[in-house]
Design a protein around this ligand. Structure first.
Ligand code: ATP
Ligand code: MG
Length: 425
């Protein structure tokens, strides 16, 4: 893609009224736009990052044998009455609205009720189980704290997976597989070394749930981490009984601030029973389906990366989720790449040639063809944080060597055009 096609402009100054580091950087770099507190749009660069995160998640969900669907954002209050999550004060983050024709609706903050009700049409026998179903869909939560940028949106993307089983044993088995899938997701995204599985409070069915917590000073959670055992306990469940159950001692734990990026739960029959999702066993006996649910926040993950992988010059994307692989920056005047190819300057012609070669070899390249000073272009490249920057200039062409800079390490290599293409391939 040519940078002149992007409408988003970078800013040198922090946006007013934004306190979180992730939103400041992502807005300055033109990845997101703040509509209002806790509500952000994703611009082309930001959407590319989000989609890459989603692709990694989808691959791991599909490998679990899960299938994807998309449920509605508008939710039916009748279902939530049955599980006692509509009236009363059990859920304090509902966005509710009224129909012109009378009655109420809710904007989905989660989808256990909806998917359980839906499955009543498709599950009746033990032969219909197990099932694993997921979506990557927009959730709405009336969060009181919305000062953390895309870490805590009032409208945000969630991957939610639900599983359905004939027994607790089968659920336990699948639950462990999901843990493994989550570990691989964070590894692939580039957060593997700073994300820890954490024991947290469970709910009615199980004593604990498991959170995936990424260490960050911007975090709102406190966890107690054993780095040696790669295991943590959320502050809310820290007590001697839990520690002895997990074989942990207080001495080996250190207190860390962290961000919850994922949370997996055994639900048991908490939803199947009140909503009436039952199956018949081999002898014709009727039983409530045993369920699990598994959440992950793609937008929050993007925010976490902006928080912990940036430096004083800007964003630094891990390769797997970067909006582009290579930022090809053309320095010098008259870089206009459209129009008659023969009329191009030698620098522009070379740049176009390299752009086409790189793209043909499967690389995603952002080509800075804008008519701006070298200083502005290089500062923008640092701010955008694409893993490799390749500079094409008159002097580089004269020398026959191009500068390739690794954004994360600052390492510079000087390569001829042939060496460059070889390396990339
Ligand atoms: P928190 O305790 O931070 O409010 P939660 O426990 O309510 O989060 P879950 O209901 O477990 O969140 O949601 C599953 C996942 O969705 C979370 O692990 C997180 O990654 C993401 N998520 C939850 N709330 C938000 C939000 N307001 N903005 C962005 N992502 C969110
Ligand atoms: Mg949670």
């Amino acid at each position: 893609m040519f940078q002149s096609q992007l409408f988003s402009k970078t800013r040198r100054e922090d946006p007013k009224g934004e306190v979180s580091q992730n939103a400041k950087l992502l807005i300055r770099a033109g990845f997101i736009h703040k509509e209002m507190a806790g509500v952000y749009s994703y611009l082309p660069l930001g959407l590319r990052v989000l989609n890459k995160i989603n692709d990694i998640i989808r691959k791991e969900m599909d490998a679990l044998g899960a299938v994807e669907l998309e449920l509605t954002a508008l939710q039916n209050p009748l279902l939530y009455e049955k599980t006692d999550r509509w009236s009363g004060d059990k859920v304090d983050i509902w966005f509710k609205t009224e129909l012109q024709t009378g009655g109420e609706l809710g904007l989905g903050f989660t989808h256990e009720e909806a998917i359980t009700e839906l499955l009543k049409n498709h599950v009746s026998s033990y032969k219909d189980l197990p099932r694993a179903i997921y979506q990557i869909q927009t959730k709405f939560r009336n969060e009181t704290r919305a000062k953390s940028g895309i870490l805590r949106g009032r409208e945000f993307l969630m991957k939610d997976l639900y599983s359905f089983h004939v027994s607790e044993e089968d659920l336990d088995n699948f639950y462990d597989k999901v843990k493994g899938a989550y570990e691989r997701i964070f590894e692939r995204i580039g957060l593997g070394d700073s994300t820890y599985i954490t024991f947290a409070s469970g709910g009615v069915f199980s004593k604990y749930s498991h959170e995936f917590q990424t260490l960050s000073e911007a975090g709102e959670d406190l966890i107690y981490l054993s780095e040696g055992k790669k295991l943590a306990v959320n502050k809310e469940v820290l007590n001697d009984e839990t520690l002895s159950e997990l074989g942990l001692s207080r001495e080996e734990l250190s207190e860390k601030k962290s961000i919850e990026v994922g949370n997996i739960f055994k639900l048991g029959t908490r939803f199947s029973q009140p909503l009436g999702l039952y199956f018949k066993d081999e002898k014709g006996g009727s039983w409530p389906v045993v369920m699990g649910c598994y959440g992950l926040g793609p937008a929050r993950i993007m925010g976490v990366i902006a928080e912990i992988k940036s430096d004083n010059k800007g964003l630094v994307w891990p390769r797997a989720v970067a909006p582009f692989d290579i930022h090809l920056v053309i320095l010098g005047k008259e870089v206009e790449l459209s129009g008659d190819r023969e009329a191009l300057t030698e620098t522009a012609k070379t740049a176009l040639e390299i752009y086409e070669e790189l793209t043909a070899s499967g690389k995603e390249v952002l080509c800075d063809d804008r008519d701006l000073s070298a200083g502005e272009k290089l500062a923008d490249a640092d701010l955008l944080g694409i893993p490799f920057r390749l500079v094409i200039s008159d002097s580089a062409i004269k020398k026959g060597k191009f500068e390739l800079v690794d954004r994360a390490t600052g390492e510079i290599e000087y390569l001829s055009e042939a060496e460059l293409l070889n390396k990339v391939r």
